[in-house]
Design a protein. Structure first.
Length: 233
């Protein structure tokens, strides 16, 4: 398949037609598949992360007029997390259009962080091609379900539920949570929780409540399982 048809298929899959096809090609090109650093999507990742954050913040500010800043921050952090971005990249089928070097050519060798980066780069490409209006339309379309689920769940992504589903499907074990340490006075305790899945033990996490620590420990476990940066160390 030639490049023109490859890019056409990607645009059809993603539901956005570029005026400048070179922006799309750059957004899909990982550093391993680029001849020069300027031809990779690394700079676009940087811009796309900012555009994504802005669109989500603006949307939450509009639809949640009476919600405190702290609660909106929790929702926003969950929506734009690396885990959510890599998941959406795969759901959209964008992962099938990555331009990679030979060393990353096999799907089972591709870190999930690359999928998250590619989605951010694609968002930047849409912004550069069609402006903030086009970027907003795309972001809200593909993130809408996650936004609604997070709002329905209280204020943040239910990482314990996601880990439970992952383990039932792929690991064959149920996650077990253990409190390793409790510090602070009775009215201001903090909890350190570790999650175990079968024989695997994942990095523990602190929280101001046991529930929060469990959620953070589950997020750490998911990060390890999906080869992402561990958020809480």
């Amino acid at each position: 398949m030639d490049l023109e048809q490859f890019l056409a298929n990607c645009q059809s899959q993603m539901g956005y037609v570029f005026r400048n096809k070179e922006l799309l090609r750059t957004a899909l090109t990982h550093a391993s598949g680029a001849e020069t650093p300027s031809q990779s999507n690394e700079r676009m990742e940087f811009l796309g992360d900012a555009v994504l954050g802005y669109v989500i913040c603006d949307h939450l500010y509009t639809i949640l007029p009476n919600t405190p800043e702290g609660d909106m921050t929790k929702v926003k952090s969950s929506v734009v997390s690396r885990f959510t971005c890599q998941k959406i990249c795969k759901q959209l089928g964008l992962d099938k259009f990555l331009i990679l070097g030979r060393g990353l050519g096999s799907a089972n060798r591709i870190p999930d962080s690359i999928f998250a980066n590619t989605l951010e780069a694609f968002i930047a490409a849409v912004y550069l091609d069609g402006g903030i209006g086009a970027a907003r339309k795309f972001v809200l379309r593909v993130f809408q379900q996650d936004i609604e689920e997070m709002l329905q769940n209280g204020d943040a992504y239910n990482y314990k539920s996601v880990l439970q589903q992952h383990c039932q499907k792929y690991e064959g074990y149920t996650p077990e949570y253990k409190v390793l340490d409790v510090q602070g006075p009775a009215h201001r305790k903090t909890f350190n929780v570790q999650v175990r899945v079968g024989d695997r033990v994942f990095p523990s996490a602190w929280g101001v409540t046991k529930k929060e620590a469990e959620q953070r420990a589950a997020e750490n476990a998911l990060a390890v399982l999906h080869n992402l940066t561990i958020p809480y160390l």
